[in-house]
Design a protein around this ligand. Structure first.
Ligand code: 13P
Length: 251
């Protein structure tokens, strides 16, 4: 079944103590969040074990921000999905535009990462989204479709059923610019159709598609009211428990 999800991507922010404290603040405010809204937080790797402890027994789920494209071994600096699993993660973000842009993340690598995560029972939060020039050239549908085809279409319907998609227009990330509810709904509906055409209506209907890009308490309500927007992947505003919870309350 399609789920409402508000996920916080902390990116490369906070030290361990600050991260634990933020996680505890989120847990302390959970009674303010509607029952049917699922919360996920994605701290840096170094924080995972401590944050897992801080959210233990609550409904907040733990996510990583990336994983290795190999199982284990001589890959200095990489973190394997089995490690994420043992640290308490049930999700990992994959294909974030910052990884595509700054770390050469390719679709080929992402297919490997997605497979490994899914085999380990970790749900990928798979990110797609166009750059500003692509939006201005009216190419956003093509770009997003290609990103989905190159990665998701390599997986089975059963695997895709465990994937969450996050649509994050690059021009809206950290810029204060947000896609209008209309722009976001339009492309979310398109994403669902691309998934439906390949994997069937049921997989597409059940899939949660999140919006990301300067989502904050003041605009979340309008975005989440859209038919095909099932929540948000939140960056900056997830670093303040108050704002993150306020966004989750927007449903
Ligand atoms: P901001 O909410 O800071 O724009 O970041 C969005 C994002 O990239 C979440 O993954």
């Amino acid at each position: 079944m399609r789920r409402k999800i508000v996920a916080g991507n902390w990116k490369m922010n906070t030290n361990v103590a600050e991260g634990v404290s933020l996680a505890k603040d989120v847990v302390a405010k959970l009674n303010e969040v509607p029952q049917d809204v699922n919360l996920i937080i994605a701290p840096p790797f170094t924080h995972l074990v401590s944050v897992a402890e801080a959210i233990k027994g609550s409904k907040v789920a733990l996510s990583a921000q990336n994983c290795a494209d190999e199982v284990k071994g001589a890959y200095t600096g990489e973190v394997a999905v089995s490690m994420l699993q043992s640290a308490g993660c049930t999700y990992t973000i994959l294909g974030h535009s910052e990884r595509r842009q700054y770390y050469g993340e390719t679709s080929e690598k992402l297919v490997k990462k997605m497979r490994l995560a899914l085999e380990a029972g970790i749900s990928p939060i798979f990110c797609v989204g166009e750059m500003k020039e692509e939006r201005l050239a009216n190419k956003h549908f093509d770009v997003v479709e290609a990103q989905i085809k190159e990665v998701l279409f390599e997986l089975s319907a059963a695997e895709v059923a465990n994937v969450v998609i996050a649509y994050e227009p690059v021009w809206a990330i950290g810029t204060g610019l947000t896609a209008t509810a209309e722009q976001a709904q339009e492309i979310h509906a398109f994403i669902r159709k691309v998934v439906a055409d390949k994997f069937g209506a049921k997989v597409a209907d059940d899939m949660s598609i999140l919006y990301g890009g300067s989502c904050k308490p003041s605009n979340a309500k309008e975005l989440f009211a859209c038919k095909d927007i099932d929540g948000g992947l939140i960056g900056g505003a997830a670093l303040k428990a108050e704002d993150f919870i306020a966004i989750a309350q927007s449903y």
